[in-house]
Each structure stands twice: as C-alpha cells, then as structure tokens.
Design a binder for this molecule. Sequence first.
Ligand code: ITT
Ligand code: NA
Length: 183
Amino acid sequence: MIKFVTSNRNKFQEVKEMMEANKIDIDWIELQYEEIQADSTGEISRDSCTKIARKVDGKFFLEDTGLFIDPLNGFPGPYSSYVQKTIGNKGILRLLHNNGRDATFLTVVSYWDGAGIIQFSGELRGKISYTERGSNGFGYDPIFIPEGYEKSLAEMTIPEKNAISHRSIAVQKFIDHLKKENR
Ligand code: ITT
Ligand code: NA
C-alpha cells in the first residue's frame, strides 16, 4: 500500500490507473499544507515532502506539475496553480500572440521512503492551442496539444493521456523503483 498525498482527484485517478496496472495498492490522502514559492518544481516538491513527512506515518509520495511556455520564458512554471486559478486557460490564450506556442509540462514525483526523499521526473513537449478543446482531464489539458498529436490532452481518455504524459513518465520511473525496492 502506497499513500498519494494530493488535493487533486484527477491526478489521483490518472496515477491510480497506472498503479493498478502494476498491481500496486494506492491510498488517497488529502491534507492541507503550505507550498513554498520557488523557481524550481523539484525544490517545491521536495519542501512539501519534508513538511508532510512530519504529519503522515510511513511511506508516501506527492507530485508537483508545472506548465512552462517557451514564448513566455517558462511562465507560468512554478506559478501554474495560481495562474490556473486566476487568469485560467483563457488568460493564457490571451497572453500568446504570434511569437510561437511551444510548451512543456514537467512533473516531479517526490517519494518519502521512511529514510529520505527520492525524486522522479517526467516531461511532455507540445504546443498551446488557439482555443480550448475537449472536456476530459483538468487544468491546462484543454489548451495543450502534445508533440506529434492533433488532439488536446482534454480530448484524450485517461489511458491515452497516460501513454504519453509527463505524469505517467515520472510515475513509471517511480513504479520501477518500487518494484526494485520490494525485490
Ligand atoms: P496537489 O494537491 O497535488 O498539489 P494541484 O492541483 O495543486 O494538486 P499542482 O500544483 O501540481 O497540483 O498543479 C499546478 C497546476 O497545473 C494546477 O492548476 C493543475 O490543475 C495544473 N496541472 C497539473 N497537472 C496537469 C495536467 O496533467 N494537465 C493539465 N493541467 C495540469
Ligand atoms: Na502542488
């Protein structure tokens, strides 16, 4: 049994499907904690993990994700949560004009194994769309078109998104680690 600390039910659902496919039981832990504001997603994730290790018994993991838009010099990046709540996808579309639309999603999983923190990361390259498309997924999914695809992430099913996503790449590395740990 592994505990996933997150406030986001969509994240939990995506990760749960991957864990189940690997026969790993996963438990959803929702608890409040202050997230630091820092430049790096890895640093934010590590800090949250340290704080939660004082509150949660045993092994657990959490993850932090950011959307980094090239023509905006990586914005919103570590501010992705705040930006999604304030200007949202429509606000992002308004900020982008004709200076390119390349973007990257980055997920960092932080795993507290009882002794220390181990991190696993995953990235997905793509482009910001011109309009919001699709109603699956969450957050920035309606405006993100993965490289090599025509559909936005919000036009994909969870298995389709999990086949390519930033989160699934990080979580797969984590699953591989858990399998080694339990050998
Ligand atoms: P936690 O409790 O797990 O931190 P959160 O929703 O606050 O959940 P993040 O801070 O990691 O998650 O996410 C930053 C923002 O990016 C937030 O607005 C999310 O909705 C969005 N986001 C994260 N993963 C995404 C994904 O796979 N597709 C689209 N948007 C995503
Ligand atoms: Na977070």
